[in-house]
Write a protein that binds this ligand. Structure first.
Ligand code: AMP
Length: 143
């Protein structure tokens, strides 16, 4: 199963922000949209970073509430691990587990095509397991 299949179900909408925005602005977006991370894009709409709720928590824990006025660029992760539409879900799960992050932007030919979260991956794995067990039940019943 590929990343493209997950995006076919969840859609390709990506919430983005820019490096000069503040952590407070991003916190409001994360809360409103019920998401855990935001992709940071540059002038050419290229991916220049990712900022997750963990980065905001870390910044506030270290610096106090004043960190919320800091620019996104100060706290984002600039070396973003991305995936492609044709990547397998297994390789995506490996990247998430190995890198200890829960969000991966999907980039194809330099274009941001979507974001996959650990929640999307788990939902797809569960649906797959259910389909497999249903097929097994039918096989056993017809034997
Ligand atoms: P998360 O588990 O997604 O909340 O992110 C945990 C940490 O990993 C935060 O510091 C994020 O900025 C960073 N992070 C999240 N997603 C990625 C990614 N795809 N590539 C690199 N770092 C990431």
């Amino acid at each position: 199963m590929t990343v493209a299949r997950i995006l076919a179900t969840k859609g390709r909408d990506v919430i983005t922000t820019q490096p000069h925005r503040t952590l407070h602005e991003v916190a409001k977006i994360l809360a409103e949209k019920h998401i855990g991370a935001i992709v940071v894009t540059g002038a050419d709409h290229d991916v220049v970073g990712i900022l997750s709720e963990r980065d905001i928590v870390k910044a506030v824990a270290k610096k106090g509430a004043s960190a919320l006025e800091d620019a996104v660029s100060r706290h984002m992760t600039a070396r973003v691990v991305t995936t492609t539409l044709s990547s397998t879900i297994n390789s995506l799960m490996e990247a998430m587990t190995g890198g200890r992050f829960r969000h991966v932007p999907v980039v194809q030919n330099g274009r941001l095509e979507g974001v996959v979260s650990i929640g999307d991956v788990v939902a797809h794995r569960l649906a797959d397991i259910e389909t497999e067990s249903q097929a097994l039940r039918e096989y056993i019943a017809s034997a």
